[in-house]
Design a protein around this ligand. Structure first.
Ligand code: AMP
Length: 219
């Protein structure tokens, strides 16, 4: 069964969830479970699921609740998720949040962080984001890796994600507002929601999240 420290990180695309989750994952030794990364890996592998979702991912729309719920339920069966998980990009709809509660039972979500950034900043960050296709490292368009197109960590190709182009960015932020913002209320009424200002340096954001985790006695 999934275990102790199950944390949901909410926030618009571009809020810095990925960056914070990899840091927190190391700090608390719990896996970073990103449904976006899992779906992109399926597309890369050209698996059956990958072929089913490829065009949806490119458009910035959401894939079906049923598919992602199954993906996350399977992920929770893996041994490393016994100590908990950092959920990034899931849940994204009320139906997914309810399914997550069913999956976790009594040992449920301990905290939901809302990583808050203004829409203009999120848009800017997404448009200038470049990623390594191999290891997932994130760069800015002005970084040498983005300019050369080669990742300094693994030598993989550094590209602009199809859904980081302007039309898809608009679509994704609209989907966030429509489908995911209601989750703020969902977790707030359960006393689990804490807002953290994402418009500060990555180090300051990490410190702010760690202090919430510690003040709540979660780790
Ligand atoms: P992300 O990297 O989290 O922005 O996710 C990239 C894309 O994957 C999204 O635009 C959706 O198409 C899809 N996706 C990721 N997570 C979910 C989810 N929980 N529910 C539905 N679609 C998702």
């Amino acid at each position: 069964m999934p275990g102790r420290l199950n944390l949901v990180i909410l926030g618009k695309q571009g809020a810095g969830k990925g960056t914070q989750c990899s840091r927190l994952s190391e700090r608390y030794s719990i896996p970073h479970v990103s449904t976006g990364d899992m779906l992109r890996a399926a597309v890369q592998a050209d698996s059956r699921i990958g072929r089913e979702v490829a065009s949806i991912l490119d458009s910035g729309e959401l894939v079906s609740d049923k598919l992602v719920i199954r993906l996350v339920a399977d992920r929770f069966q893996q041994p490393d998720a016994r100590s908990g998980a950092l959920l990034d990009g899931f849940p994204r709809t009320i139906a997914q949040a309810e399914a997550l509660e069913d999956m976790l039972g009594d040992d449920g979500i301990k905290l939901c962080i809302d990583l808050d950034v203004p829409t203009e900043l999120a848009t800017q960050r997404l448009a200038s984001r470049r990623v390594c296709q191999e290891c997932g490292s994130i760069y800015n368009e002005t970084d040498v890796e983005a300019i050369s197109g080669t990742c300094s960590k693994c030598g993989g190709d550094v590209i602009q994600r199809a859904d980081d182009y302007p039309d898809a960015i608009r679509q994704r932020l609209a989907a966030y507002e429509r489908d995911t913002e209601p989750l703020l209320n969902f977790y707030n009424t359960r006393g689990l929601l804490v807002r953290v200002n994402g418009d500060q340096s990555p180090d300051d954001v990490t410190v702010a999240i760690q202090s919430v985790i510690s003040v709540r006695g979660l780790a």
